[in-house]
Ligand binder design. Structure first.
Ligand SMILES: [Mg+2]
Length: 329
């Protein structure tokens, strides 16, 4: 059941993960340890900034605010939905955030030159970068009350609608089906979390919903399961080893699987979850932003560390944005 508290938890968790990972996004674990010590980066820096992940999440949210609630979205044609996302992505170019992804920037520049009506052509590429899953959380919020986590209903009308809208939001910038699968998984995980499903119960429904889109996604989920088992059994001596086995997170399916690993391992402690999510060789801010969105959606604001929120340079801007979202619901 969607509540204001879970909406706030989801967005703050996402922004905090993004801001914690920002300074180390392009650092190897060795470089991170050289700067921050053996345990890596543990807290956001003073006046921490978030990156393109949070800015694009805001853009997706702004699109959904314009499209309306699910009961209105279900009556819209694909072209209306696609143009709407495209228009907000073009607006995003004015303030893309730190280090926007190359594929996304290229696709949105295409839209800026050719117009939002060309949204079916902007993402014609073979990229499965994590740019589409890192911005996927708002769709989970929008659809949470329309979905039930029970598996027999996975083919229900709203599951099909989420599938379709998610595909549109993803394929505007990324053409690879593994990116589509990851974006769908990112949205669905947030919806499941809002409906009270603990992260350690999510693997099965997510596989049933998303695996068929591409074997790369299916394989990443398989590595996630192996990592959890091997870590529990002691074959992997650290979370870093387990995460490294899954991948680096530059591509969508790895970013999602690494985020879900972190959320499962540290389900009741957001700080620990985000610290694990950022201290590795790969895409720190994106893995942590996805993990933060899932845990924040599950627990609401009770899991959000206030001292970390106070570190955010644009805390007030996020508060103003969130009051707009809350007012909508
Ligand atoms: Mg980023």
């Amino acid at each position: 059941m969607l509540t204001k508290d879970k909406i706030l938890g989801c967005y703050w968790g996402l922004a905090l993960g993004d801001a914690l990972g920002m300074p180390v996004e392009f650092h190897s674990i060795e470089a991170i340890r050289d700067i921050y010590g053996e345990d890596g980066i543990l807290n956001p820096e003073k006046n921490a900034i978030w990156t393109d992940d949070t800015e694009m999440t805001i853009a997706v949210t702004n699109s959904l605010l314009r499209l309306g609630e699910v009961k209105q979205i279900k009556d819209l044609i694909d072209d209306t939905i696609g143009r709407n996302f495209a228009e907000e992505f073009i607006n995003w170019l004015n303030n893309p955030g730190y280090s926007p992804g190359r594929t996304t920037t290229h696709a949105v520049n295409f839209l800026k030159v050719n117009g939002a009506k060309k949204w079916k052509l902007s993402g014609v590429n073979d990229s499965k970068g994590c740019g589409t899953v890192m911005r996927a959380a708002p769709l989970g919020i929008w659809f949470a009350n329309s979905l039930t986590p029970e598996l027999p209903l996975i083919d229900g009308p709203h599951h099909k609608l989420l599938f379709n809208v998610s595909m549109i939001q993803s394929e505007i910038t990324h053409g690879h089906k593994a990116a589509t699968a990851a974006a769908l998984a990112g949205s669905y995980a947030v919806a499941l979390a809002i409906n009270g499903m603990h992260p350690d119960k999510m693997i099965n429904p997510i596989e049933k919903y998303c695996n068929h889109l591409h074997s790369d996604f299916e394989n990443a989920m398989q590595r996630l399961k192996t990592s959890l088992t091997q870590r529990k059994g002691g074959a992997f001596g650290s979370d870093l080893e387990a995460l490294t086995y899954i991948g680096q997170g530059w591509v969508g399916e790895e970013a999602f699987a690494m985020a879900l690993y972190s959320a499962i391992q540290y389900a009741n402690d957001l700080k620990s979850c985000l610290r694990v999510s950022v201290n590795h060789d790969g895409d720190s801010d994106s893995v942590a932003c996805i993990a933060g969105s899932i845990l924040g959606a599950f627990y609401g604001t009770s899991i959000i560390p206030k001292d970390w929120i106070d570190c955010l340079a644009e805390k007030e801007r996020m508060e103003m944005f969130l009051s707009k979202v809350i007012e909508f619901f």
